[in-house]
Design a protein around this ligand. Sequence first.
Ligand code: HEC
Ligand code: HEC
Length: 233
Amino acid sequence: MKMLIKTVALSSLLVATSLYAAEAAKIVDINAKVTDAARIAKEDLGAKKEVTEEALGLRKTDLYKETDDTAGNKTDYSRPAPGASTKFERAYVNAPPMIPHSVDGLLPITKGNNQCIGCHMPAEAKAMGLGATPIPPSHMTNYRPTTIMKDGEELKEGKVVGPKGDIGNVGDIKLVKPKKLDTLYPGRFNCSQCHAPQSKGDTVVGNTFKGDFKSDAEKSHSNLIDVMNEGVK
Ligand code: HEC
Ligand code: HEC
């Protein structure tokens, strides 16, 4: 009976996914397929009596020869255009979200050409009405300690740095006063330094990592600015 309920739930989920695949508001779990229990059990070398050399590596072919059956994983970055894609669930709390749409013609980001901000800056994201997630407040904040030179000494957050100073080095500053800006912090300009597009393809091994979320909201949004100093004294 339990089995049957599971199957029914799964098939209705599949129908729902295909029906609303284009709906931007829906969030897809990209790890759903790779955490399949049967696959994990099959790949678990510890559960096997005998482990062949071929099974040891990720490539599952003869380790001593590069033959035709040894092929690298293909990458395929073709994805729907911005506005037509479906957002992915966050990998863990406050992970930088993956880019779910095509980045054709958008990369590389250069000093004079950053189209990402044209759609993702909060005002633009709202005005365009495409459903682009606004760049979060953490990206409009300068977390670097204020550094000045005074009487030949280096001061960070008002503290003298050096062997005879208040602090040894910048790492001794645990809490920095965040400086809110009304524009993008320059250190966040190169979006693709942290946000990556997704390649369509299977993983070489199943993924057993599951992020823990305190709430469902954290699966589709970040709140780093509110929890930045959690647990830090
Ligand atoms: C034409 C407007 C447009 C441009 C240009 C654009 N995006 Fe997007 N972006 C969107 C929309 C709309 C979505 C929501 C998903 C969808 O509907 O495709 C999105 C989704 C995203 C997400 C996922 C956010 C989440 O909540 O999961 C990230 C990350 C992202 N974009 C980053 C980028 C980066 C980086 C660039 C530049 C390389 C870029 N985008 C350029 C419109 C745009
Ligand atoms: C230094 C790394 C870094 C850079 C550069 C960066 N981001 Fe992020 N981004 C993050 C991280 C980490 C998060 C999740 C935590 C947070 O909100 O700060 C995030 C979150 C986001 C979100 C999700 C907001 C939400 O409400 O859930 C969007 C959209 C986004 N970034 C867009 C961009 C765009 C567009 C750029 C380029 C202008 C950019 N980011 C540059 C690391 C970065």
